[in-house]
Design a binder for this molecule. Sequence first.
Ligand SMILES: Cc1cc2nc3c(=O)[nH]c(=O)nc-3n(C[C@H](O)[C@H](O)[C@H](O)COP(=O)(O)O)c2cc1C
Length: 154
Amino acid sequence: MHARTKTGGYKASEIKWEYINEIRKKTTLPLIANGEIWNFADGQRCIETTGVDSLMVCRGAFNVPNLGNVVKHNHTAMPWHEVVELLLVYSTYEIKGDKGLYYPNRVKQWFSYLRQQYPEAAELFREIRTFNKAAPIVEHIQHYRDKVLATLPQ
Ligand SMILES: Cc1cc2nc3c(=O)[nH]c(=O)nc-3n(C[C@H](O)[C@H](O)[C@H](O)COP(=O)(O)O)c2cc1C
């Protein structure tokens, strides 16, 4: 349950977790609470407010790819070099067949989320921003990955 109103839109301040609690009291259906969960503390507050013990994340998982484990187990956010590897794994799926046409916009959209969590993502985004074909973007991220890996302790 994503407790929002049409007029509230996606404004964080308009999330109505308390409505989920009201609905929970009136149904025996299993409920999953969703909306504005960006970290462990949000998850805890959502559980307290809604009385629901199952959560779902959406946009936050674009910011922090391991958000499920962050929210559930208080893990730390995935380190940047792992995110870069993940970008490349994602790219291999997303450039297959006709989907490759959409890849530049999709990957740039993901960067707009990632840069909210990782300052390095803003920098990498600036480097790929002007490319509008899949191949140069992937190639650039591969070179970038090699540079990042070279800076890690052995
Ligand atoms: C890019 C995007 C696409 C979405 N597509 C759907 C959809 O097709 N069907 C749906 O029921 N909700 C969709 N949603 C809503 C999400 O499932 C989720 O309820 C909402 O984003 C609130 O969770 P969040 O605050 O963790 O992002 C979408 C959200 C985003 C950001």
